[in-house]
Design a protein around this ligand. Structure first.
Ligand code: GDG
Length: 465
């Protein structure tokens, strides 16, 4: 058995919930990073002397464990080479595309796999070193799928939960992975494996029966020595109260009005807000918009599309190609249909703070969320949370996890460009009563299912497992 620690609740995630900030004098300190996960887990952290094990985000950055806001933070160092092979390589060029319907071809490199194993080992050992006897450990996401198994070997006394934030693919796709058995065995080290959608549970059960010598009945998978692993769906949620508070903040409301004025007070403001990722369907959205302009179905004098594309994974090749393609598309549309001072697409390759994002959400008449595959898509839920005025329409891809819950949205298949065009027009022309009714139904769900409830339900199931 490995050395034990004193924390009775431990979160393990690729990133620590803090960012290093350096002031003008060169002094560096830590600032809590925005994000629903840390907000939801902070009260549990405080109540159970929690620790959070994760990477700082920098190369060879290995500060000693430190305490902030009632959490012990335990940094796991990565070298520059490991960032390339583990994070940019195996996580974001192998697993990410494989788990998102192979929208771009996954790259399989044995060298990357070796580093993935090594880094997962390091995370598991760091966790084993801080967890108290019988502690509850909550492992996050595709970067750390081997951690549950390694941790169980090191510390059989722990209660281990794992949650996958991204889709879990069907057997036909997952079977491509040269290390499929090892990944399945890694996940099955947990007591509870959580997914965003029901379908993923079926995928895991089918794969485990086929490749992991497990016996499964419904959601219960029986593994070595008769040990049981439960798999279940826990659709993740957002900090609704915080978004609604910002949406009602007078400064945000003023900013939202200013945004509309600066865009020339269009009759229809459509908004896309995504990480610049090939899973998000930004190209399909632009294609539909370009055709609507070409056919005269929308008039650039009274309709504008604002597309915020937050910079993401800029050192991974597929993301560099995607950026070029999207920017070419935007340039073409604006070249054809824009006028001086009035582009047809306002494209912003930038990140913004929360108040600015909420001002944008409030300003948008139609929110366009068209991923080709998405675990959940929090932006769709954030739009609903921000519409305290019950206005606006949500166009939502059926391939986003959020579509299971937000069935009062305008659901679309983003591959069907004609269908997408028709849906955009429908959403732009929605009568105010119908918009309010749809928004009311979606808000009822989003408001009663916030991220604190998500964390509670997962941890209650884990304790019961
Ligand atoms: C993964 C899964 C799943 C965006 N731009 C800025 C910014 N954001 C915020 C959004 C939202 C979050 O980032 C993005 O969340 P998504 O769910 O849309 O997408 P992924 O990043 O792909 O997340 C996804 C999620 O994990 C959670 O389980 O839903 O399916 O892929 O909250 O508002 N935030 C700030 N500035 C920006 O410019 N501050």
């Amino acid at each position: 058995m490995a050395r034990k620690g004193t924390n009775s609740f431990v979160v393990v995630a690729n990133r620590l919930p803090v960012d290093r900030v350096t002031d003008p004098t060169g002094q560096s300190s830590w600032r809590r990073s925005p994000g629903g996960l840390v907000t939801a887990l902070a009260p549990v952290m405080r109540a159970y002397e929690g620790a959070w094990v994760g990477w700082t985000g920098g190369a060879d950055d290995a500060p000693e464990p430190f305490n902030t806001e009632g959490m012990d933070l335990v940094p796991v160092p990565l070298t520059a080479d490991e960032i390339q092979d583990f994070y940019e390589g195996f996580c974001n060029a192998t697993l990410w595309p494989l788990y998102h319907d192979v929208i771009v071809p996954p790259v399989y490199h044995r060298q990357w796999w070796d580093v993935y194993r090594r880094v997962n080992n390091r995370f598991a050992r760091a966790t084993a070193g801080v967890a108290d006897e019988g502690a509850v450990v909550f492992v996050q996401d595709y970067q750390l799928q081997l951690v549950p198994r390694i941790l169980r070997q090191l510390r059989p006394d722990l209660k281990i939960g794992f949650f996958l934030h991204i889709p879990f693919p069907p057997a036909e796709l997952f079977a491509q992975l040269p290390w499929r058995r090892q990944i399945l065995s890694g996940l099955l080290g947990a007591d509870l494996v959580g997914f965003q959608r029901r379908g993923a549970v079926g995928n895991l059960v089918a794969l485990c029966t086929r490749y992991a010598d497990a016996v499964a009945a419904d959601d219960n998978i029986e593994v070595e020595d008769g040990r049981k692993v439960r798999a279940s769906a826990f659709p993740i949620a957002i900090e609704v109260a915080e978004i609604a508070r910002l949406a009602g903040d007078p400064a945000v409301i003023t900013r939202s009005e200013t945004i509309r004025t600066e865009l020339g007070s269009p009759e229809h403001l459509l908004l896309g807000l995504d990480r610049l990722d090939y899973t998000k369907g930004i190209g399909h959205r632009l294609k539909a918009w370009g055709e609507l302009l070409a056919e005269g179905e929308v008039n650039p004098d009274d309709a504008v599309l604002v597309q915020v594309a937050t910079p993401s994974r800029e050192r991974v090749e597929a993301y560099q190609t995607l950026r070029d393609e999207i920017e070419l598309q935007v340039g073409r549309i604006n070249g054809e249909y824009g006028r001086i001072g009035a582009p047809a697409v306002h494209y912003l390759h930038a990140s913004y703070d929360r108040p600015e994002l909420v001002a944008l959400l409030r300003a948008a008449d139609v929110m366009v969320v068209t991923p080709l595959r998405d675990g959940m898509n929090l932006v769709a839920k954030e739009y609903v949370a921000a519409r305290i005025d019950l206005r606006g329409a949500l166009v939502l891809s059926e391939f986003a996890g959020a579509a299971d819950e937000l069935d009062a949205a305008f659901l679309v298949n983003p591959h069907d460009i004609d269908g997408l065009k028709q849906t955009l027009i429908q959403a732009m022309q929605i009568p105010p009563d119908e918009a309010a009714e749809r928004m009311r139904r979606m808000r009822n769900h989003v408001v009663t299912h916030d991220v604190a409830r998500w964390a509670r339900e997962f941890l209650d199931s884990l304790r019961a497992a």
